[in-house]
Design a protein around this ligand. Sequence first.
Ligand code: HEC
Length: 166
Amino acid sequence: MRNGLHVQCNIRPLAVAVLCASALCLAPACSAIDAQVGDLVADCSDADSAPGATVSFKDQIRPLFSGLAPGVKGCNTCHYPGVGTQAGLAQSGLDLSSLGALRKGGRVTGDAIVVPGRPCSSGIVKKLRGVAPGARMPKDGPFWTPEQIQLVKDWIAEGARGEATE
Ligand code: HEC
């Protein structure tokens, strides 16, 4: 009994010291991460970067999603249940193989996946920029260039138009 008490007394200061040390170490790391995410959120503009031109879903956006555009990792291996190369996956319930299916969104984004006129509030843009919960897309990278993401943002800023079958 005496021995037990003795051990407890010795452990307590040690535990306090460890807790304090980890809090001190973690605090700066957390604020650095907060600042980074804050920058990314603040850094988003809903404005169309090229108001004179119209972005075509079929010709410019779809090849990025389908992985057919050269030098870009598409979404087809994980979000193309109909024609997927890997047993037709629709990860998180999301099917990007047609514009109609895309507009339904996934389990988390729902129809907020594309909010016409508001790219920064659109779930798909948040996932591409890495400011949504879960993994940045395309999962495991390589991630899209700012220009490729801007194309999707411009398409949404212009009203996210296109036929459901595209
Ligand atoms: C290697 C597989 C893989 C690839 C490639 C991939 N995703 Fe995903 N995606 C996932 C998984 C797994 C989830 C669910 C987990 C998460 O959100 O981190 C997900 C979730 C999502 C969601 C949220 C869906 C919801 O529940 O509402 C969006 C949006 C999304 N992906 C977009 C994309 C886009 C756009 C691309 C292509 C640029 C892409 N993904 C490429 C695996 C992938």
